[in-house]
Design a protein. Structure first.
Length: 342
């Protein structure tokens, strides 16, 4: 069997571990061949491939990013996109395709599976917002990076008696902010699922200063004020999946706090730093297991499925289950953290 592989969407620590796990098991255990498609769905659209065998995956386990490249190409937004993908898969002799990606990449995979393409999905997103799996690889790395940044910012905040607002990734789900904020001892955590009251935030800031400590606020990029304000945008541009580029809520929040309280406030935007670098041990473990199980699903002809972490076990769930609904922070989890605010 000849198997194609691609990685789509934002880069993520652990992608290379998935590729390595699938290729090594596929070749040694099943005798399969592999071909890598470059830059997400653009690869099969344009028949842009790279060799993918055991020599190509040596040494990539600790590397961040993806050796296959990535993009946010949407074949369903391109004329004859689906037909081109089917034709190019056939031209490469591919019997199946492993698609590694998040909501958008796996959404395309779900539609292609419905149209008869033999696809198996592997969930990837640092936001941890894919339903159908307890955790996605890349999330643990992002949380660790954000936590280390918060740890370092505490001393600066105390030295200068400033409010420091740490903006982390999280378009619609606040998992990174919640986990990193708790782990880093943040005084306020703001997430997209819970619109915030700026007056309450300022009161918590004042309360923190009253105890002679400087507050650290962690905010998801998609957080919005309760009074109906819209998400701050870097630009009005949208990608091929219709997503706007987010960012700016940290600066906006710091400015508002400084204006209302008279306390000096600064914003720190972690941005793509959260995506980069070597994956944590947990993400290497999870991504490798996803790769091992994905190629087994391909070998068994169990297509239209996505790998899923359930407890400590890897399960297979329908692709549609992984992309149908975003996994958001539950109210009880946020309320659990709220007792530490202020």
């Amino acid at each position: 069997m000849r198997v194609g592989m691609l990685t789509g969407g934002g880069d993520c620590p652990g992608l290379n571990a998935v590729i390595r796990g699938a290729v090594r098991k596929g070749v040694s255990a099943y005798g399969h061949e592999f071909v890598g498609f470059r830059d997400g769905w653009r690869g099969p659209l344009e028949n842009d491939t790279v060799p993918l065998g055991i020599p190509e995956v040596r040494g990539i386990l600790p590397r961040g990013g993806t050796i296959l490249g990535s993009s946010r190409t949407n074949p369903f937004a391109i004329d004859n996109g689906v037909e081109r993908i089917k034709d190019n898969l056939a031209a490469q002799g591919c019997d199946a395709l492993i698609a590694i990606g998040g909501e958008d990449t796996l959404g395309v995979a779900t539609k292609l599976a419905d149209l008869g393409v033999n696809v198996v999905g592997v969930p990837k997103t640092i936001d941890n917002d894919l339903s159908g799996t307890d955790f996605t690889f890349g999330f643990d790395t992002a949380v660790n990076i954000a936590t280390e940044a918060i740890d370092r910012l505490h001393t600066t905040a105390e030295s200068h008696h400033r409010v420091l607002v740490v903006e982390v990734m999280g378009r619609h789900a606040g998992w990174i902010a919640l986990h990193a904020g708790l782990a880093g001892g943040a005084n306020i955590i703001l997430i997209p699922e819970r619109p915030f009251d700026i007056e309450k935030v300022c009161a918590q800031v004042e309360s923190r200063f009253a105890t002679h400590y400087s507050p650290i606020i962690v905010v998801s990029e998609g957080a919005v004020p309760a009074e109906g304000g819209s998400m701050s945008l870097v630009s009005g541009e949208k990608d091929s999946f219709g997503h706007v580029r987010l960012g700016g809520i940290g600066d906006r929040l710091a400015s508002e706090i400084e204006h209302r309280t008279g306390k000096e406030a600064r914003a720190v935007v972690l941005g793509h730093v959260q995506r980069g670098g070597s994956p944590t041990a947990f993400d290497r473990w999870l991504a490798t297991r996803f790769g091992l199980h994905a190629i087994t699903a391909v070998h068994e002809g169990d297509f239209g499925k996505m790998m899923s972490l359930r407890g400590t076990e890897i399960a297979r769930v329908p692709l549609s289950e992984g992309t149908a609904v975003l996994k958001l922070v539950r109210p009880d989890l946020y309320e659990e953290a709220e007792v530490l605010f202020g």
